[in-house]
Design a protein around this ligand. Structure first.
Ligand code: NAD
Length: 274
């Protein structure tokens, strides 16, 4: 496929575009991930809490694609935070995926009220040292949470996976990540579909003879973000990876920059403690 790779701060390559499986039931995940692998995706983003690591693992096994050509991400859930609990949760995730390593293991949310993310991260450092995750990182961490990790642990997170789309552009987090050599990975890159009807996006889609989803994904890629759009519809799965044959120009990017409205769709990481 023509998906470019970016190099993480430990030298590991990660496809800049992958396939997200949030809200895909376990029994449907096998089919959806199968479609994605057929369409050329090589990076899959799951999480323990999604309940579809087994279905994802089945699709990987059935594909026959050599393991080293795939990039698999999963995440430790909030209730499994803490050093020993995270180690146990990781074993369970690996077993469900049917793998002997993941490419990227993330802390799903900081849950600052529990104050366990530093201990949890130390478990990830152990997993990394044992070669069972090729890279480790975090998700939904605010700059203050990252500052704390940088001060109290030894491995700089490779990635911070955060909510990011044209209506929630996260300039402060992106600048912080760049300054510390952390890759920004965008979750809900399409705003969960909500911004595909936006007139600016629609206008740019018409200008380039592309779809609104393709315009939004192109915006992310040109910003340097990793993206993990989700769909269970085969035609959309193919559409979302077919974004390497056109380019937005500076005026297009400026038009999209003006859509930033501070519109968070998901929970606020400062307070989310489910
Ligand atoms: P998304 O922005 O990828 O939007 C997905 C929705 O957009 C689909 O359900 C569909 O309704 C629509 N859509 C997708 N492709 C389309 C197309 N080509 N044309 C028209 N509509 C289309 O939203 P998401 O699933 O929330 O985010 C993507 C992935 O990010 C998730 O699957 C998951 O892997 C990850 N994620 C992580 C976190 C986290 O806390 N770390 C939170 C949410 C999502």
């Amino acid at each position: 496929s023509k998906v470019p790779s970016i190099t993480l701060n430990n030298g590991i390559s990660m496809p800049q575009l992958g396939f997200g499986v949030w809200q895909v039931p376990d029994d449907e995940a096998t089919t959806a991930v199968g479609h994605a692998l057929n369409a050329g995706y090589r990076s899959i983003d799951t999480a323990a809490i999604y309940g579809n690591e087994e279905g994802t693992g089945k699709a990987i096994a059935a594909s026959g694609i050599p393991r080293e050509e795939l990039f698999v991400t999963t995440k430790v859930w909030n209730t499994d935070q803490g050093h020993d609990a995270a180690l146990r949760a990781f074993d369970e995730s690996l077993a469900k995926l049917g793998l002997d390593y993941v490419d990227l293991y993330l802390i799903h949310w900081p849950v600052p009220a529990k104050d366990t993310f530093v201990d949890t991260y130390k478990a990830l450092e152990k997993i990394y040292a044992d070669g069972r995750a090729k890279a480790i990182g975090v998700s939904n961490f605010l700059p203050a949470h990252l500052e704390r990790l940088l001060g109290e642990t030894s491995i700089v997170p490779a990635v911070n996976q955060i909510e990011l789309h044209p209506q929630f552009q996260q300039a402060e987090s992106r600048a912080f990540h760049t300054a510390h050599n952390i890759v920004t990975e965008a979750w809900s890159p399409l705003g969960q579909g909500t911004l595909l009807g936006d007139p600016t996006v629609a206008g740019l889609a018409a200008k380039h003879g592309r779809t609104p989803a393709q315009v939004v994904l192109r915006w992310h890629l040109q910003l340097g973000n990793v993206v993990i759009p989700k769909s269970v519809t085969p035609s959309r799965i193919r559409e979302n990876i077919d974004v390497f044959g056109f380019e937005l120009d500076d005026a297009d990017l400026a038009d999209l920059a003006r859509l930033d409205a501070g519109n968070r769709i998901g929970p606020d990481p400062a307070t989310f403690d489910m």
